[in-house]
Write a protein that binds this ligand. Structure first.
Ligand code: HEM
Ligand SMILES: *[C@@H]1O[C@H](CO)[C@@H](O)[C@H](O)[C@H]1NC(C)=O
Ligand SMILES: *[C@@H]1O[C@H](CO)[C@@H](O)[C@H](O)[C@H]1NC(C)=O
Length: 565
């Protein structure tokens, strides 16, 4: 008879042997080992901090290329976790194009799913395909244009709010330290984030958070709290690591974090779930009475696409999936947009001459009457004129290139694959023999690091000034840029291939509208507080010495007074 003890000991011995095998034997046969790469020291000597930290990554990437070439082996957290790091446009193009081979790792998918459900960001394979097909019409050029008046109205709200803050403080206390000759010190990151939440709430499912007014809305706070926890989870300890691998932990022994997430999810399920049912009813009612249903929010469009007569039943998605995708739009579309606007305002504060030049161009487009009084049509044609402005276009491109909100991403090979390269790579075979090859063998289960910022800042491609803010570069790009992969103007800011960002057009409308309204009404000046970048899920601004207070981007904001002619 086997005793329980014997069984347990054998199991432990087996597990131990497997770990030994993973640590000592497997890496020797991993073909990624043949690639050149930085040495790793000890059991926990990984390279993730080097390639993920935006205050170091540009220099690290450049040193890698110089020393090892464009295809490099790096080590992940665990000793057997050999990863492909590539700044090779051919290799990366292959990985991003073949999204059926290179999926998102289950670890990150589980993290996202545990939070917002299995929407487009987390799903893979057929499930993802179905969701993306239903969502694509909602993001069409035509539908995005319909959202323009809404974005303008939120931009105007923020303008009014800031104007009020500036006059109130000026009246209350002329010697307040929050003010200077340059205006009122405003945490632009915080306020723009409230505004982009309002935009996505309204555009996403026709719901008013009124976050520009105050932060009291229940649904707003549920989303906000949940996302903040998700973010703090990233630099969490052992428990966070364990609960990815053993999610049962959170069910059996929930900690404060798990409780909070559950509470937020209940609010969201409750409020947003009700919204979905109401919308559905509205659409069927309209159909029955022969009216057309004119709501333009993403939820309505998703429901309509999902109910379209020409969509085979097996390709429809469930109400549950609809909710998960609304959550996904909130998650993927609020902080990213607010950071892209915040970083642009920050850059323009650092380069006052460029800010003046851009303002001059923006002022050349004047609405027939004040913004708040425009009709839908007038707002649309105003935006059409703004969207055409060449310097604004260059500023937006350059800001998104220089500080992409998504610093890097990751994929995992779901089967053995040979990745093509742009130039021969030197592989060191067992025994020390070096051979040249045009492909890299990536074994099933290996991670591929996707250096978004790395591609955008490559000085061999973009020129020696690639690390500085120079919107004019876009009028005269080096030849090499045109072979860079990427959805958006040869940058990886919105990723590339079938899993690239569905919200690109939405984001550009949001950025251009907010920049138009804010820069024609305010002047932005840097403060004496030094703002740095940190990669906490996204690249966020922090004040040096005040990292613990969370992301912040204080700027002086002063009303812009038009010079009399
Ligand atoms: C400046 C703003 C934005 C940036 C820089 C950005 C960037 C990205 C990137 C890099 C990805 C790929 C993620 C990965 O592969 O790991 C992505 C995916 C996605 N984004 Fe965005 N995004 C922005 C705004 C938005 C907005 C406004 C929405 C929606 C309203 C949105 C919805 C999505 C969705 C649904 C996906 C997943 C697509 C899929 O996997 O099929 N994004 N975004
Ligand atoms: C917050 O703003 C909303 C919308 O403007 C308003 O209805 C509500 O009374 C405000 N709540 C507080 C506590 O100020
Ligand atoms: C830049 O990206 C936008 C949006 O995808 C596109 O319309 C435009 O043609 C691109 N321009 C260049 C020069 O790549």
């Amino acid at each position: 008879m086997l005793s329980l003890q014997t069984v347990l000991i054998s199991l432990l011995a087996l597990a131990f042997t497997y770990v030994l095998y993973l640590v000592l034997i497997e890496p020797r046969f991993n073909p990624l080992r043949r690639l050149p790469g930085p040495p790793s020291h000890g059991l926990f000597g990984h390279h993730m901090a080097l390639v993920m930290d935006p205050s170091r990554s540009p220099r690290v990437h450049e040193a890698f290329v110089k020393q090892y070439g464009r295809n490099v082996r790096i080590r992940g957290i665990l000793p057997w976790d050999q990863r492909l790091f590539t700044l090779d446009p051919v290799a990366l193009g292959h990985v991003m194009k073949n999204s059926m081979i290179y999926e998102k790792p289950w670890q990150s998918r589980r993290l996202i799913t545990g939070l917002i459900g299995c929407g487009m960001l987390a799903a893979e394979g057929q499930v993802h395909k179905r969701q993306r097909r239903v969502a694509t019409p909602a993001f069409s050029i035509q539908n995005m244009r319909e959202l323009v008046p809404l974005v303008f109205s939120k931009g105007s709200r923020l303008r009014d709010r800031w104007s009020n803050m500036i006059t109130t403080i000026a009246v209350k206390d002329a010697s307040d330290s929050a003010q200077s000759e340059h205006g009122l010190r405003i945490d632009v990151c915080h306020w723009v984030s409230r505004a982009t939440f309002d935009v996505i709430g309204s555009a996403g499912f026709d719901y008013e958070f009124n976050a520009i007014e105050n932060e009291t809305n229940e649904l707003f706070n549920a989303y906000k709290e949940m996302f903040e926890i998700a973010i703090s989870q990233q630099n969490g300890g052992i428990r966070d690591f364990l609960s990815i691998y053993f999610p049962l932990i959170d069910v059996l022994f929930p900690d404060k974090k798990a409780y909070t997430i559950r509470r937020c999810q209940e609010v969201i399920r409750d409020v947003a779930g009700r919204l979905i049912q109401e919308k559905k009813r509205k659409i069927t009612d309209a159909e029955k009475s022969g009216d057309t249903h004119n709501d333009r929010d993403l939820l309505s469009l998703l429901l309509k696409a999902n109910a379209a007569a020409d969509l085979p039943p097996e390709q429809r998605i469930s109400d549950e999936d609809i909710l998960h995708n609304i959550n996904t739009f909130m998650f993927a579309g609020s902080d990213t947009s607010s950071l892209s606007i915040t970083w642009t305002l920050y850059l323009l504060a650092m380069y006052p001459d460029l800010q003046t030049r851009l303002r001059k161009e923006l002022l050349s487009v004047t609405p027939p009457t004040p913004l708040d009084t425009l009709t839908r049509e007038e707002t649309s044609s105003l935006y059409a004129a703004v969207a055409e402005l060449p310097y604004l276009e260059n500023v937006v491109r350059e800001s998104l290139r220089l500080i992409p909100p998504v610093h890097s991403s990751i994929r995992v090979a779901t089967r053995d694959d040979d990745v093509p390269t742009s130039a021969p790579v030197k592989l060191t075979m067992t025994g020390g023999r070096v051979v040249e090859s045009r492909t890299i063998r990536v074994p099933k289960g290996s991670f591929v690091h996707v250096p978004v910022e790395g591609f955008n800042l490559d000085r061999d491609v973009w020129g020696l000034d690639a690390w500085s803010f120079n919107p004019d570069r876009w009028d005269n790009l080096p030849e090499a840029v045109s072979s860079q992969p990427g959805l958006y103007n040869n940058t990886l800011t919105f990723s590339a291939g079938p899993r690239s960002c569905i919200g690109l057009r939405f984001s550009i409308i949001e950025m251009k509208t907010f920049l138009y309204i804010l820069l024609t009404n305010f002047v932005f000046t840097k403060t004496d507080e030094k703002v740095g970048k940190a990669n906490v899920v996204l690249t966020r601004p922090y004040v040096a010495g005040k990292q613990r207070e969370g992301s912040m981007c204080p700027l002086f904001v002063k009303p812009y007074v038009r010079e009399a002619l």
